[in-house]
Design a protein around this ligand. Structure first.
Ligand SMILES: C[S@@+](CC[C@H](N)C(=O)[O-])C[C@H]1O[C@@H](n2cnc3c(N)ncnc32)[C@H](O)[C@@H]1O
Length: 267
């Protein structure tokens, strides 16, 4: 299997696996998001023989968790760059795969999960629709996307920082951090029945995992932000001072999780 990353806007940009701090950054993403994803998956009763698909698996925490849950089944974990994925379980299959254009990597699955990926792919709406046929009738899908709308209305210097980050990702990658708002409707419009929709807030100023993820991301992206002039030194100074002031606390984004089921029976 080739380990050379497929060429995409994502992996040649500021969040690509080739960026030296990206693995550490994905660790902060997993520490923040895994408890939310596992809670969102709780209503899904997976048989030990179930087959699961983890799309854009990053450094693999959810794929490894699923592999333990279905010891007699199979977990297929995909990514355009599989270099952070490890063959930790015999029932885990690692597949280099571009969600934008490659077919379903196998027969339809009992569970399909995709977190923090669709917002980065310009074809996001069509992809949600295509994923219907990747789930077996009666099976589940859990789609999760970041939503930075909270930062757009904050009165604090956080607004300029998150806005600059969002614009840089939009320019470099094609990211849309407002798609989460349209995700529930995209899912129901695609012929799924919604089981649960939830939104979890992430905070900065409390030294928690949300703050760790944001500050790690900012450190990684800062040279590109300043070079692009999407963020000026004055805005950076105001943000740094605000974050460094004890007692300051704010919500800067949410994760939107949509758990849905493909109806039983043929289309
Ligand atoms: C923000 S990371 C999220 C990783 C993981 N899903 C998580 O939540 O921990 C986005 C992941 O999507 C992968 N990715 C980007 N474009 C992709 C594509 N077109 N097809 C499949 N994976 C892609 C990236 O390589 C990266 O691992």
């Amino acid at each position: 299997m080739s380990n050379t990353p497929l060429e995409t806007g994502y992996n040649s940009g500021v969040l690509g696996h080739g960026v030296p701090s990206e693995r550490e950054r994905l660790g902060t993403v997993e520490r923040l998001l895994d408890p939310i994803t596992l809670a969102a998956l709780a209503p899904v009763a997976l048989e030990p023989t179930a087959r699961c698909l983890e799309l854009g698996g990053g450094s693999g925490s959810i794929a490894y968790h699923l592999a333990e849950l279905v010891p007699d089944g199979e977990v297929v974990v995909t990514d355009v760059d599989t270099s952070f994925l490890e063959q930790r379980f015999p029932n885990l299959r690692i597949v280099q795969h571009d969600l934008r254009r490659d077919p379903c990597p196998g027969e339809p699955f009992d569970l399909v999960h995709c977190r923090a990926v669709l917002e980065h792919l310009p074809q996001r709406r069509e992809l949600v629709h295509s994923l219907r046929s990747w789930v077996r009738p009666g099976g589940h899908i859990l789609l999760e996307c970041y939503d930075t709308a909270a930062a757009a209305v904050t009165p604090y210097p956080l607004r300029a920082m998150v806005d600059a980050l969002s614009r840089l990702m939009a320019q470099q990658i094609g990211t849309d951090l407002t798609f989460a708002r349209r995700l529930p409707l995209a899912v129901t419009d695609s012929g799924f029945v919604t089981v649960d929709v939830s939104r979890h807030p992430f905070t900065i100023g409390d030294g928690g995992p949300g703050e760790a993820m944001l500050l790690t991301s900012i450190r990684q992206v800062l040279p590109a932000l300043l070079e692009s002039e999407l963020l000026g030194p004055a805005e950076l100074g105001a943000f740094t001072e605000w974050v460094g002031t004890p007692g300051n606390l704010d919500v800067y984004s949410h994760l939107c999780s949509v758990l849905a089921r493909r109806p039983d029976g043929p289309d």
